[in-house]
Design a protein around this ligand. Structure first.
Ligand code: ZN
Length: 197
């Protein structure tokens, strides 16, 4: 039997749908908020209200921002390198931005091709990528190193054609990684992708 009344129970159920939170973590989070109603629950509620109104998906790249075109697409310096980085999801874009890649722009696919999940080319932002590609000197495919991610990368390479310079992120030994702990696939890929020092 849930405790705390239907409003609280609904809050727990909604929070439990967030990635990384199950019912137990959601219950703890809600209880934590209730105990700190003034300092946490009210500001969080107000911030959610403001974000709901302000949030926009960039019509050019698919990034999430409070303006569209997003601040990256609207910044003319971002076009200087001629590099367009293709990512699966907005979270990947934000992860790359944290790495400080310089004056680059992005294209968010909104997922990857996945026959098992019924996700085909029409479900992704592929046509807009093909339309943007001629404006860039290099298209960097930054798909995840999963089977679906690599399948999608091959598909995009075919769609863009031989006249487009397409590169992908290096796969191999992670920073701080010990060889003995890596799987054979990662090791053989790292050996193939070796670079001169
Ligand atoms: Zn954008």
């Amino acid at each position: 039997m849930p405790s705390g009344g239907p409003e609280i129970e609904q809050l727990i159920q909604l929070l439990a749908r967030l990635p990384g939170l199950g019912p137990r973590s959601a219950r703890r989070a809600v209880l934590h908020m209730i105990k700190r109603k003034e300092q946490l629950m009210l500001p969080l509620s107000a911030a959610l209200d403001r974000a709901v109104v302000a949030v926009k998906t960039c019509q050019i790249c698919g990034n999430v921002d409070t303006v569209s075109p997003c601040s990256i697409c609207a910044d003319p310096r971002r076009g200087e390198s001629g590099m367009l980085i293709v990512v699966e999801d907005v979270s990947d874009l934000w992860a790359l931005e944290r790495a400080g890649p310089g004056q680059v722009r992005y294209h968010v696919l909104g997922g990857v091709l996945s026959p098992l999940d019924g996700i085909g080319p029409d479900d992704l932002n592929l046509d807009t990528l093909v339309a943007r590609a001629p404006d860039y000197a290099e298209i960097v495919l930054a798909m995840n190193a999963t089977v679906d991610g690599q399948t999608t990368a091959h598909y995009i390479t075919d769609r863009l054609g031989p006249d487009t310079k397409v590169t992908r992120l290096a796969h191999g030994v992670p920073i701080g990684g010990e060889l003995d702990y890596l799987d054979e696939g990662t090791l053989s890929q790292a050996l193939r992708a070796r670079t001169q020092i």
